[in-house]
Each structure stands twice: as structure tokens, then as C-alpha cells.
Write a protein that binds this ligand. Structure first.
Ligand SMILES: CC1(C)O[C@@H]2[C@@H](CO[C@@]3(CNc4nc5cc6c(=O)[nH]c(N)nc6cc5[nH]4)OC(C)(C)O[C@@H]23)O1
Length: 372
């Protein structure tokens, strides 16, 4: 029995949306779920007790970053990532494949793995399926992601086909490297670019390995919204219904609604924490750019419908002052609100699916939120 299992609780009658539960060694996760990103073993500007208090059930961290700094051996000696960062709920770690492409100074991709220079100090490194699994085993995360290549967008068919076939060969090596780990569940990642037949091929190849869960990779890489939704329309159906489905790198409220409607269970994205540090808040009335002069004498809360610590205690005028003064508290309060907003949104989506009114809830939200 895998350490991570999926329990389907309710399927929406008018869409592919589904309410479920993912069981892990560090607790159960109610789905659909948004996972706050804690790249370097911290959800930036947040303390773990605040992240827990707002209802986060699982957070994401990154192999690429922790391998480079402080080094996975240090985290192993600290007793693993849960101990090191004082987080006792579930952790999912991405494999480093994508981050090497998006962050590292990519040198070479071979059958063995990927050679790259660190974005921190330019030192040369090699990540392979075996190395990625060794690092994730040292981190001790509950869900570990396969070492894959996320094909760039756009990319021609030939490149995408060769890339997905190598990603499948890498997945088999990941499974072999992880075979002695009882408490860490390996998720496969579907690639195939924007080509339906290649997505099908990738799905069949990874599902054949009978893993505890599957991610849809290769999306949220700059493709237009309608292309992502079109690809999602068929990708979810290629994955087994009795396993969790994870859409990587998504997202903002509209992407979350569209993903949930198409049957996705798990999401992660740097957006809420990243834009908070840049002074933008997600609210029930759309985005609020706090530095705008309009907020200078606005002594009302950021979001009239939000009961987070920030909205209960501070005004837009004060938050604008903090941001303009480049105060650390600005990032803390806006991050707290943005994460609370998305976690609360997912909780309301789960309730709406339970009450068979998901599409109505989506319409209500869109009407209030305005343009995306
Ligand atoms: C939406 C938003 C704000 O998220 C930002 C920025 C650009 O998009 C993001 C998010 N998109 C994203 N797609 C992914 C695909 C894969 C994948 O195929 N494999 C593996 N192992 N990990 C993945 C992680 C992914 N993250 O990717 C970086 C570059 C990490 O920054 C994020 O736009």
C-alpha cells in the first residue's frame, strides 16, 4: 500500500469537479487544494504557525534550491525538512527538473541528466533522476516529484516527442531509485506539450508504472489561457480516477476554477506570495495594487469579505504606507492575506462541490471578481 492514497468523496453532477481526500504520513489533505510554495524551506514572509493557522494542509518546496543551498545533506542531518523548517503537516517537493530550466544556467541535457551552472554562484552541477531522488529522500518530503523535462513553449512536435520519451525513461529510473522508501510517494509527471496524441502517449507510459499520483506538467509555461484549458480538457481524462491529479504551477483564481472544473485535485503557484511582495493583493473584488494613490486615504479593509488578520486589523491606507516605505511588515501582511484568500477560496470550492453547486459558485465569484 503506498504511503499516499486518494479517497473520492463526491463528484460534481454538472462538471468534472471532484471533492476528495489525499492521505499522507503527515496528515490528510482535503481536495481540491492549493499548496503554498515554500521554495527554500520557508513560505516567504510567513511563519509556519501562521501558515498552519490559516488552514494550509500541505506546502511545496524545491529540490533544486535546497540542493544548492544549504545542501540536502545538511537538511538530512537536521532530521529532514519537516524538522528543519518546523512544519509537521505534509510537504511536496518538486524534482528540480523544471527549476533547472527556469532558473539555472542550463548547460547540457543528456540521457544521463542535466548539467547546469548554479544561479547562486555559477558553480557547475549535474542533476539526474537518481540524484533528484537522493536529494528528495534526504529532504524526507511526503510526496516527491519525478525528474522530468518540461518542454518549453512553443516547441516543435519532434522535440516534444523525444523529450517526453526521455522523461518516461527518467521516471522509470526515479521509481527504481525510490523503491526502498516506504514513506515517500513518487508522483509521475505527464508531458507532451500542446499535442493531444503526445499527451496521450505520455499519460499511458507513466500510468503504466502504477504510481500513487500523477501531475500534469508542461503547462503554465507562457501558453495562452485557452490553449491551457483545451489541453486540460483531455489530459485529466487520460489519468486514473482513483489517484490524485496535480496541475503544476497554477495559479490565480480563474485558473484554479477552470482546473477544478476539469477534475484537477492539487495546485501550487508562487503567484500569491510573489505578487504580495510586489504590493498586489487578490481580493473578492479583483486585484488591488496597494501603491495606487486611490488608497492613500482609504481607511477600509483590503477586502470587505475577508476575515484574515490583515483585513481585521489594517486599512488600505496603512498597507499602502508600509509598501511605499519598503517596510518588511508590508510583505508579511499582504502575503498573509493572499494565501488566506486562496486557501479560503479552495475551502469554498470544496463546500460548493459537496452541495452540488460548484458552477453556480464559480459564476457568483466571477461576477464579483470582475475581469481576470
Ligand atoms: C504563473 C506564474 C506566476 O508562476 C510563475 C510564472 C511562470 O510559471 C511558473 C509556474 N509554472 C509552472 N509550470 C510548471 C511545470 C512543471 C513541470 O512540467 N515539471 C516540474 N517538475 N515542475 C513544474 C513546475 C511548473 N511551474 O514557473 C516558474 C517559472 C517557476 O514561475 C512560475 O508565472
Amino acid at each position: 500500500m503506498a504511503a499516499v492514497t486518494y479517497e473520492l468523496i463526491k463528484k460534481d453532477s454538472k462538471s468534472k469537479a471532484r471533492r476528495g481526500r489525499v492521505h499522507t504520513p503527515h496528515g490528510s489533505i482535503e481536495t481540491p487544494v492549493f499548496m503554498p510554495v515554500g521554495t527554500a524551506a520557508t513560505v516567504k514572509a510567513m511563519r509556519p504557525d501562521e501558515v498552519k493557522e490559516m488552514g494550509a494542509q500541505i506546502i511545496l518546496s524545491n529540490t533544486y534550491h535546497l540542493y544548492l543551498r544549504p545542501g540536502h545533506e545538511i537538511v538530512r542531518e537536521a532530521g529532514g525538512l519537516h524538522k528543519f523548517m518546523n512544519w509537521d503537516r505534509a510537504i511536496l517537493t518538486d524534482s528540480g527538473g523544471f527549476q533547472v530550466f527556469s532558473l539555472g544556467d542550463l548547460r547540457k541535457i543528456t540521457e544521463e541528466g542535466v548539467e547546469f551552472r548554479s544561479h547562486i554562484d555559477g558553480s557547475k552541477h549535474m542533476l539526474s533522476p537518481e540524484k533528484s531522488i537522493e536529494v528528495q529522500n534526504a529532504l524526507g518530503s511526503d510526496i516527491i516529484m519525478a525528474f522530468d523535462e518540461c518542454a518549453p513553449y512553443p516547441a516543435d512536435r519532434g522535440y516534444v516527442k523525444n523529450s517526453l520519451e526521455r522523461t518516461t525513461r527518467w521516471l522509470k529510473r526515479c521509481k527504481e531509485a525510490n523503491k526502498n522508501e516506504d514513506f515517500q510517494s513518487l508522483f509521475g509527471i505527464m508531458q507532451g506539450g500542446m499535442y493531444q496524441d503526445l499527451r496521450y502517449q505520455s499519460a499511458m507510459e507513466i500510468v503504466d508504472l502504477d504510481l500513487p499520483g500523477y501531475a500534469i506538467g508542461g503547462l503554465s509555461v507562457g501558453e495562452p489561457k485557452d490553449i491551457m484549458y483545451e489541453v486540460l480538457d483531455y489530459c485529466v481524462d487520460y489519468l486514473p480516477a482513483d489517484k490524485p491529479r496535480y496541475l503544476m504551477g497554477v495559479g490565480s483564481p480563474d485558473y484554479l476554477f477552470e482546473g477544478v472544473e476539469r477534475g484537477v485535485d492539487m495546485f501550487d503557484c508562487v503567484l500569491p506570495t510573489r505578487i504580495a511582495r510586489n504590493g498586489t493583493a487578490m481580493t473578492s473584488r479583483g486585484r488591488v495594487v496597494i501603491k495606487n494613490a486611490a488608497h492613500e486615504r482609504d481607511f477600509t479593509a483590503l477586502d470587505p469579505e475577508c476575515d484574515c488578520y490583515t483585513c481585521r486589523n489594517y486599512s488600505k491606507a496603512y498597507l499602502r504606507h508600509l509598501f511605499k516605505s519598503n517596510e518588511i511588515l508590508s510583505s508579511m501582511l499582504l502575503t498573509n492575506h493572499n494565501l488566506h484568500f486562496l486557501i479560503n477560496l479552495m475551502s469554498n470550492m470544496r463546500k460548493a462541490i459537496e452541495e452540488d453547486r460548484f458552477l453556480e459558485f464559480k459564476r457568483e465569484f466571477y461576477n464579483k471578481y470582475g475581469k481576470f
